[in-house]
Design a binder for this molecule. Structure first.
Ligand code: SD4
Length: 332
């Protein structure tokens, strides 16, 4: 029975690998999106779309194509971000993510669906596909958040494989950083590429995912906004959704993504809501801040908005077979 379960999961994985041929091979630990959900066609007039923070063309395209094949919004988002989680060149998400100052890679992620259900994992070690794991927390446990060792134990019980997430390149960069002996993350560089992805499916349902290795060289045990529902991500299917990237401490203090959705509920467009959320952060600063925060949001009409403190933030948008990277407006 156990062997059958394992083989069936492997079968799904093999299908997904060929689905992603030409791109990065998603790790064998990722086999949680059911094949049948990707090929089922929905009869609906809603045009699906996927939007992601930063320039992540392949991840966003994978999600967009899955939506066009009839995937539900959450499965598409988890599948899309899995590409970057497995991308060793992306140093702020998944395997290859920058470690903490002790040299350990700890990952954070959360998911939220159109029903308002959510799941999150915090400070997880050795597991690459933490967005899928957050979804498993949501679907297979009575809880919303699992942290650290407990999250890893749960992952292993679900068939995820324990991997070394520290690549030789990220270890080398960490050694270099240790020599500098100071903590000064560079705007749009070290804080760059956390993926917040929002998907709207053929039923017009919204879901989202946020996945990250957090700030490079953070203190051990530090968790940012990305896995905190309401901060790194929030969805209300009657209103819209929002995701955040940048310095998580500032996003948490203003509960940024929840704030944006509530502002949209009160009638603001996604753009106006993102601008207001950025200004809530800036009004507490006495001078031009040396950190970045950026928001991306969408509403039920399919309108999209984004805003950041510093220029340099971009987002990727897939709609009607067109995948584009778009520069965000910024304060500075
Ligand atoms: C964090 N918000 O851990 C994340 C970092 C990030 O792009 O967004 N990087 O604070």
């Amino acid at each position: 029975m156990l062997l059958y379960w394992w083989l069936m999961k492997r079968k799904t994985f093999i299908h997904q690998s060929s689905l992603l041929a030409g791109g990065i091979l998603i790790s064998p630990t990722f086999f949680h999106v059911k094949e049948d959900r990707l090929i089922k066609k929905n009869i609906s007039s809603h045009t699906p779309y996927a939007i992601s923070t930063w320039n992540v063309p392949r991840a966003n395209e994978i999600a967009g194509e899955a939506l066009e094949k009839g995937s539900n919004a959450l499965d598409a988002a988890v599948l899309g971000v899995a590409y970057e989680e497995a991308n060793l060149l992306n140093t702020t998400v998944g395997k290859g993510g920058a470690p903490d100052r002790d040299g350990e890679v700890t990952l954070d992620a959360c998911v939220m669906n159109h029903k308002g259900d959510c799941g999150a994992v915090l400070a997880v070690q050795n597991i690459t596909h933490v967005a899928a794991l957050a979804k498993d927390v949501m679907e297979k446990t009575p809880h919303v958040i699992l942290a650290g060792e407990g999250a890893k134990k749960f992952a292993l019980s679900q068939g995820y494989i324990s991997e070394n997430l520290l690549t030789p390149e990220s270890e080398k960069a960490w050694q270099e950083w240790l020599k500098k002996g100071r903590y000064e993350p560079e705007i749009n560089v070290e804080n760059h590429d956390t993926i917040g992805m929002l998907c709207s499916d053929q039923n017009g349902h919204l879901s989202g995912v946020c996945t990250t290795s957090g700030l490079a060289y953070k203190m051990k045990g530090r968790v940012g906004d990305s896995p905190i529902i309401g901060s790194g991500l929030f969805i209300d299917n009657n209103v819209g959704g929002a995701v955040a990237t940048g310095l998580g401490e500032e996003v948490i203090k203003t509960v940024g993504s929840f704030l944006i959705v509530e502002l949209m509920r009160q009638g603001k467009t996604p753009q106006e809501a993102c601008e207001e959320a950025v200004s809530r952060i800036l009004e507490k600063q006495i001078s031009k801040p040396d950190f970045q925060v950026a928001y991306l949001a969408t509403n039920k009409k399919g309108e999209i908005g984004s805003y950041s403190i510093h220029k340099g933030f971009t987002y990727t948008q897939y709609k009607n077979n067109l995948n584009q990277n778009i520069a965000s407006k910024a304060v500075y």
